[in-house]
Design a binder for this molecule. Structure first.
Ligand code: N1C
Length: 307
C-alpha cells in the first residue's frame, strides 16, 4: 500500500513538474526569424495587398529583437517592456493604412487565419510582417544561462502569461496594427468558448480597441460571432457581453453591427470539416453549398501550398 502511495505521489509530482514547465525559446529562433524576414519580403509580392509590403534589414531587425530580451531573466513582474521592442519595430518601413481590411480576433486565431488565407480582403496581424515573423514562436532571455547568447532554450515559464517576455511584443505589434486600421474593421469572437469572449485581459480589449479610439479612423466595427461545430453556443449578438463591447466601440466613434455565424465564415469551416453536422443543414441548398465548398476547398488548398 505504501509503495503504491509513493508511486502515486511520484506520478503526481512528475505531472506537476511537466505541467509547470513551459517550453523554452523555440530552437533555431535566429534562423527562423531571419528566414521568415526574407520570406515575407520576397513572397508578399505575389499577394495582391500593396499595403503589406515592407522594406526591412533582416540582420538589424533580428539584432534589435534579441536586444529587447536577451540576458534578462524571465520573471513576474516582467523586466521587458514595449519600449524595449520599439527599436526593432522601427526597422519595419511601412506606414500605409489598411482600409476596410483589418480582421481582429480574440480566442479565434485558427478560424481567423483560415478565413483571411482564402480571402485577400481580410488581413490579420499574422499576415503583416510583425505578426508573420513571430507567429507561434516562444522566446525569453536569461541572465546567467549556459548558452552564450543570453537566450533561455530550456524554459520560458512565468507565473502569469502577462509576464511572458513576448507579451509586450504582441501588444506593440497589435497596437501598431490597430493604428493602421481605417474604415470598417472586423472582429471575430468565439461564441462557444467558456471564457468571456470579450475578456478584460485580451489584447483586443486592452490594446486594439483603445488604439482605434485614439486614431478615430475606424468608422464601423463588424462583430462576427462564430461557433465551433458540435459545441454549446454560449454567446450571441444578444448577449450582455456584446452589449458591453458595442458600448465601448460606440464611445470610440464606431458604428457597430453584429452577425451570428456569418455564412462566409461557415463556408470556410465547412471546407475544412465537410462532414460536420452543421454543414449538412437543410437550410442551405445542398447543391449550392457543395459547389461553394468545393471552390473554397480548392482556394484553401492553394493558399496552404502557397504559405
Ligand atoms: O489577447 P487576444 O487573443 O485578444 O489577442 C488577439 C488580438 C488579435 O486581434 C491580433 O491582432 O491581438 C493580436 N494578436 C496576435 O496577432 C497574436 N498572434 C499570436 C495577439 N496575440 C497574438 N498571439 C499570441 O496569442 C500571443 O501569445 C497572445 O498572448 C495570444 C493572444 O490570444 P487571445 O487571448 O486569443
Amino acid at each position: 500500500m505504501k509503495k503504491m502511495l509513493f508511486t502515486l505521489k511520484a506520478f503526481a509530482f512528475a505531472l506537476f513538474i511537466s505541467t509547470c514547465q513551459g517550453g523554452g525559446t523555440t530552437p533555431n529562433f535566429d534562423s527562423i526569424i531571419t528566414g521568415r524576414c526574407f520570406d515575407f519580403q520576397q513572397f508578399i509580392e505575389k499577394r495582391d495587398i500593396a499595403e503589406l509590403k515592407v522594406t526591412v534589414n533582416c540582420t538589424l531587425m533580428l539584432n534589435r529583437l534579441k536586444k529587447a530580451f536577451a540576458w534578462k531573466n524571465h520573471q513576474c513582474p516582467s523586466n521587458v517592456t514595449q519600449s524595449d521592442y520599439a527599436p526593432m519595430f522601427d526597422t519595419i518601413k511601412n506606414r500605409q493604412k489598411l482600409e476596410n481590411k483589418v480582421l481582429l480576433w480574440t480566442g479565434t486565431k485558427d478560424v481567423a487565419h483560415d478565413f483571411s488565407h482564402v480571402n485577400d480582403n481580410y488581413v490579420t496581424l499574422e499576415d503583416t510582417f510583425a505578426g508573420y515573423i513571430a507567429d507561434e514562436l516562444t522566446w525569453c532571455g536569461c541572465s546567467a544561462c549556459l548558452k552564450s547568447d543570453g537566450i533561455d532554450y530550456e524554459t520560458c515559464e512565468t507565473s502569469d502569461r502577462k509576464c511572458d517576455q513576448s507579451t509586450p511584443y504582441w501588444s506593440m505589434a497589435s497596437k501598431r496594427f490597430a493604428e493602421k486600421a481605417a474604415g470598417k474593421v472586423y472582429v471575430l469572437l468565439n461564441g462557444t468558448n467558456e471564457r468571456n469572449p470579450y475578456s478584460p485581459r485580451s489584447i483586443f480589449r486592452t490594446v486594439e480597441l483603445p488604439a482605434m479610439n485614439e486614431t478615430r479612423t475606424v468608422k464601423h466595427l463588424s462583430v462576427l460571432i462564430i461557433s465551433s461545430f458540435n459545441r454549446t453556443i454560449r454567446t450571441t449578438c444578444q448577449s450582455e457581453v456584446i452589449a458591453s463591447l458595442t458600448s465601448d466601440a460606440k464611445s470610440a466613434g464606431m458604428k457597430v453591427t453584429c452577425n451570428d455565424n456569418p455564412r462566409a465564415v461557415k463556408f470556410v469551416l465547412c471546407a475544412k470539416y465537410p462532414h460536420a453536422a452543421e454543414c449538412k443543414e437543410s437550410n442551405v441548398a445542398t447543391k449550392d453549398m457543395s459547389s461553394i465548398i468545393y471552390i473554397i476547398a480548392l482556394l484553401y488548398a492553394n493558399m496552404k501550398l502557397f504559405h
